[in-house]
Design a protein around this ligand. Structure first.
Ligand code: UTP
Length: 235
């Protein structure tokens, strides 16, 4: 049986301010190659990171329209997706040549290739929501959200000193933390996009949240093994 996994890779992993990004890209390609060599398939949805923030802040003073600013973020996610897609192709991995612009096309391509890489789709959400929709479309057992924090916390650790890291929680508990499914501004929002959380609730899809800088944890999670992070279960 081949296992299909979908991973949202936060743009801050690819376009960090501080960490060793080439070593991370090389390691990420090795994780993908290992999954494919074991017969697995993988949908990768790449976030916008620094180029998205830069483009949005460039236009923002002149553009009072969230959907138009979202389009800048989407363009950045697709640029980053192309970087990842070309690196994987260069490493000899069977990755679709196209960067699909919607989840349906991505699901079709994943029937023909071991790996599909995409970015954003339409305004109104982030790539977390795209990855969760893709996971539902391809029948993955969960959606992996690889971001730059180790766990979902009970509250925002930046503002609440009593916030604790959670190893398990339900989707309803996660929704209490991230808030209602609304998209009010372009650019970074909660630890996980609240629109995506609602999609997961509607579909009954578990989420796996981990620090994507820790590639061993990402590899373990993709392989369906125990990982350090937060398992968000249906409920
Ligand atoms: P990201 O998915 O990178 O979201 O999309 P983010 O939460 O802002 O950033 P990271 O993951 O922490 O790096 C960047 C922006 O692009 C727009 C949104 O404005 C989003 O904030 N976007 C992205 C869309 O409008 N639709 C999409 O499908 C994807």
């Amino acid at each position: 049986m081949t296992s299909v996994q979908v991973v949202a890779l936060g743009g801050s992993l690819l376009r960090p301010e501080v960490m060793e990004r080439h070593a991370w890209l090389e390691g990420m390609a090795a994780v993908v190659a290992e999954h494919v060599a074991a017969g697995g398939r993988l949908g990768l949805v790449i976030g916008g990171g620094q180029p998205a923030r830069e483009a949005i802040s460039l236009a923002q003073p002149l553009l009072d329209d969230v959907a138009r600013l979202d389009e800048l973020g989407i363009a950045a996610t697709r640029l980053n997706a192309t970087v990842v897609q070309q690196i994987l192709a260069g490493a000899g991995i069977d990755v679709a040549a196209a960067i699909p612009i919607d989840v349906e096309h991505a699901a079709e391509l994943l029937e023909q290739h071991a790996v599909v890489v995409m970015g954003g789709t339409v305004p109104g959400h982030t790539t977390d929501a795209v990855a969760i929709r893709l996971a539902v479309a391809v029948g993955a057992g969960s959606c992996i959200i690889a971001t730059n924090v180790s766990h979902v916390h009970s509250a925002d650790p930046a503002t609440d000193p009593d916030a604790v890291a959670r190893e398990r929680m339900t989707l309803s508990e996660l929704q209490e933390i991230v808030g209602p499914p609304e998209h009010v501004a372009a650019g970074p929002t909660a630890v996980i996009d609240p629109i995506g959380v609602q999609v997961a609730i509607d579909a009954g899809l578990p989420l796996r949240v981990l620090d994507g800088r820790r590639l061993q944890q990402l590899a373990a999670c993709i392989a369906g093994e125990a990982f350090e992070g937060t398992a968000v279960e249906v409920g």
